[in-house]
Design a protein around this ligand. Structure first.
Ligand code: ADP
Length: 402
């Protein structure tokens, strides 16, 4: 079975082709046969398509055309030249799309029909940067590959099990009825790393309580009880919760009222301030990248140290706020760029949580110990590092639907 996975962003498109032949052998991710990455912001007049296939990488300039034309050029590389991995595109059996927002409607991967497309379109006001790109991607595949099965895998779906007390904001109830609620994001990643953690702990996920920390450019924490999401830090949008690379996370909403009334901020300026100029970048005044912040901190920069300290404090606070949603905690799971690579972040987060029974094996923590329990053998709670692989997780969810 050949599954093409499309992960569309507002100005990018990541794609992978997997060949999955043995359903029983899926505990470890397979390497894709072919990978493509389009970046429409790379150059002023055209986009850049990078392909990795047959052990080699290639770069192709794309004219700034429609997503349909770019998708056609990208898919053609699978059947031509040094990037050839198929004789014919008809060999592809299924296409899985990461869809950022599935609203209240979807709690699992779903075969895309005209009704599903309509729902994704209707959710554009809630995901203005992503859902239009998903619709364009789905239409482009329809045009090129006809009525091949296309599956939507929603980033919100895993969080549909969050109970009302954690989902509903204490606003007048009519706003909940109009759709304002905690949706949560990074669901594909939280679900996947929870499954991997269960396999590392050699226990069924349905018997485990976990707190998963996805720390990338965007950051979120999820409480998972018996395998189901019961609370998550991102909310109505991916702005709530933790401090992130450029996003502030949770702040007093009255700050916005103050900025509007005293500084004449409008919606666009607020959006820019909270989503693009805050977080690690806003406090450190150096970078949104944790590596640069840590380097500056080590060199004695006090703003970088402040940014790092706030980042850690916020993760610890959110982990603390997740505990009442769980009766017990089996493991803390770290994933994504920072979670997988920064031993320092993991060490500092765990340091103040020792009273919960979390003790790290510092030696294991400081080595590259992905896909392992790095807790001290005497720790009553596990600490697991998992490499998140959203594209592979999407392919797996497509397989489950087959
Ligand atoms: P995205 O959320 O865009 O998928 P990633 O999960 O790839 O992002 O995470 C990107 C972030 O990971 C970078 O901005 C950087 O801060 C962080 N990162 C990557 N490698 C390291 C490292 N070795 N140490 C600390 N942080 C790292």
């Amino acid at each position: 079975m050949k599954i093409l996975v499309l992960n569309a962003g507002s100005s990018s498109q990541k794609s992978c082709l997997y060949e999955i032949n043995n359903k029983a052998n899926l505990t470890k991710p397979l390497a894709p046969l072919w990978e493509a990455n389009i970046d429409w912001t790379a150059k002023p007049d055209y986009g850049l398509l990078k392909i990795f296939a047959n052990g080699q990488s290639h770069k192709i300039d794309l004219p700034q055309e429609s997503r349909a034309q770019s998708t056609q050029i990208m898919l053609d590389t699978m059947t031509h030249g040094r990037t050839k991995v198929l004789d014919n595109l008809k060999e592809i059996d299924m296409v899985g799309h990461r869809v950022v927002h599935g609203g209240r409607e979807y709690s699992q991967a779903t075969l895309i029909t005209s009704e599903v497309k309509e729902v994704i379109k209707n959710l554009i006001p809630l995901a203005p940067n992503h859902n239009p790109a998903h619709i364009e991607g789905i239409n482009a595949i329809e045009k090129i590959l006809g009525n091949i099965p296309q599956i939507a895998v929603f980033d919100t779906a895993f969080h549909n099990t969050i109970p009302p007390e954690a989902k509903i904001y204490p606003l007048p109830y009519e706003w909940y009825q109009k759709g304002i609620q905690r949706y949560g994001f990074h669901g594909i990643s939280h679900k996947y790393v929870a499954q991997r953690a269960a396999s590392i702990l050699e226990k069924p996920l349905t018997q485990l309580n976990l707190i998963t920390c996805h720390l990338g450019n965007g950051c979120s924490v999820t409480a998972i009880k018996n395998g189901q999401s019961v609370n998550t830090s991102m909310g109505f949008t991916p702005l709530e919760g933790l401090m992130m690379g450029t996003r502030c996370g949770s702040i007093d909403p009255a700050i916005l009222i103050h900025l509007i009334t005293e500084y004449n901020y409008d919606a666009g300026q607020l959006n820019d301030l909270l989503n693009k100029k805050s977080g690690l970048l806003g406090i450190s005044q150096i970078s949104a990248d944790m590596r640069s912040v840590v380097n500056a901190m080590v060199a004695g920069n006090s703003q970088a140290k402040l940014a790092f300290d706030i980042y850690i404090h916020r993760i610890q606070s959110v982990i603390g706020s997740m505990l009442p949603s769980l009766d017990t905690l089996d493991a803390l799971v770290f994933t994504a760029g920072v979670g997988e690579n920064s031993g320092l972040v993991r060490e500092k987060v765990c340091q103040n949580l020792a009273f919960l029974g979390i003790t790290l094996d510092l030696d294991k923590n400081n080595k590259k110990n992905i896909e392992q329990n790095i807790a001290d053998p005497n720790s009553s709670i596990g600490v697991i590092v998992v490499h998140t692989q959203e594209d592979w997780a999407i392919a797996l969810q497509c397989m489950e639907l087959k």
